[in-house]
Design a protein around this ligand. Structure first.
Ligand SMILES: Cc1cc2nc3c(=O)[nH]c(=O)nc-3n(C[C@H](O)[C@H](O)[C@H](O)COP(=O)(O)OP(=O)(O)OC[C@H]3O[C@@H](n4cnc5c(N)ncnc54)[C@H](O)[C@@H]3O)c2cc1C
Length: 344
């Protein structure tokens, strides 16, 4: 375990913000992790970092940045139909998706091409194209920062919600995820696939015109999702961003009816809970922020929900711009946008 000082974080955050960590360490074993938090008892704050695809650094980080580099994937249990696969927190999320797709294991193909690590995936219960991590997650293992004790949380104990979990609430800054166990389906049939959400079906037909629907596999769905995402979302390697910056607001029926009367063209999704979800991208577009910039900070031209660093914006510039967007949405719709990205 090598402790580095004044360490550049630019390669470690997808906004490409040019900030430094006072101290930085990359840990690749549970023992090293325990050692880090033993020293935390002393004084310095510790920030746990995965792939840096959901953080916005507003300044240099005081204290220690601890990069989770635990690796390993293993099958823990197997039945005729399912596999329980345990993945260490430092594995890349999309690397695991690729492995699953190659092996024809079903369940996470709709979550293809989401950046970041396995360990951060439960933090905001990653989701895309009608599937969330919670749908396949069996348990999360990790370490209590104060005692070094290892704990396993069941799916229920993780208290998952839309881009939400116990790790953002009661266990925030108290627990480090070291591995995640998922239950995947062996040899899924076309009936097990989720193809009705968004433009997936259309994309499948476009990419695989010769393949009958009943012959689709996880490979086809994964390729369709990758293709849609590549066409819609800016690649962080080219343009600094952290995906969706705001959550889609979920409102009560009453609020929806007020908004619908004022804005009949507003697109909505009615949720099982009876609440109504409104696409934040549409709200932002209505305020004229889609594709608008202030210096090097701006909202993406194709995807209004994505806040972009066009070059040399600072974290402060990005936060300021996001606050202007939020204020304009509030002025027009009386709705508060909630931030999805972690501002540090
Ligand atoms: C282009 C792009 C597209 C995206 N698309 C999606 C999408 O479709 N759906 C979606 O849900 N998200 C999406 N995201 C957001 C992001 O990829 C996910 O939130 C991802 O899970 C973040 O992983 P990370 O390892 O980069 O986390 P980081 O950014 O490193 O960390 C995120 C938070 O988790 C904490 N954390 C990290 N690792 C651990 C750990 N082991 N234990 C405890 N806490 C930890 C950090 O302290 C921080 O608070 C997108 C991002 C980008 C850049």
């Amino acid at each position: 375990m090598i402790l580095q000082h004044n360490y550049p974080l630019k390669p470690h955050n997808t906004f490409a913000l040019d900030v430094f960590a006072e101290q930085f360490v990359s840990i690749s074993s549970e023992e090293e992790l325990r050692e880090v938090f033993r020293s935390e008892q002393g004084a310095r704050p510790v920030f746990v970092l995965g792939g840096g695809s959901n953080v916005l650094f507003t300044q240099n980080v005081q204290g220690l940045v601890c990069k989770i580099a635990l690796t390993g994937i293993r099958i823990v249990r197997e039945t005729a139909e399912t596999l329980d696969v345990e993945c260490a927190a430092g594995e890349g999320w999309d690397d695991v998706v690729r492995t699953a797709v190659q092996q024809n294991w079903g369940g996470i193909e709709n979550l293809s091409l989401i950046p970041g690590s396995i360990g951060a995936a439960p933090v905001q219960n990653i989701g895309a194209y009608g599937v969330e991590l919670k749908d396949v997650l069996v348990s999360v293992q990790g370490m209590m920062r104060d005692t070094g004790e290892m704990r396993t949380l069941t799916q229920e104990e993780c208290k998952f919600g839309y881009r939400d979990s116990i790790f953002k609430r009661d266990l925030r800054n108290k627990f480090v995820i070291t591995s995640v166990m998922m239950r995947l389906r062996k040899n899924p049939t076309a009936n097990n696939l989720h193809t009705s959400y968004g433009a997936i079906r259309e994309e499948l037909t476009k990419l695989f015109p010769e393949t009958p629907h009943e012959s689709y596999t996880v490979h086809h769905v994964s390729e369709a999702v990758r293709s849609i995402r590549r066409s819609k979302l800016p690649d962080p390697a080219v343009l600094g961003n952290a995906g969706s910056f705001f959550k889609n607001p979920e409102v009560s029926r009453n609020v929806y009816e007020r908004l619908h009367a004022e804005h009949p063209a507003m697109p909505v999704f009615v949720l099982d809970s009876g609440k109504v979800k409104i696409p934040a991208a549409w709200l932002i577009e209505q305020t004229g922020w889609k594709g608008r910039k202030d210096g090097d900070a701006g909202m993406h031209a194709q995807q209004a929900l994505v806040l972009v660093n066009y070059g040399n914006a600072t974290g402060q510039d990005l936060v300021r711009l996001s606050e202007r967007v939020r204020a304009d949405v509030f002025a027009k719709f009386a709705l508060q946008l909630e931030t999805e990205v972690n501002i540090v």
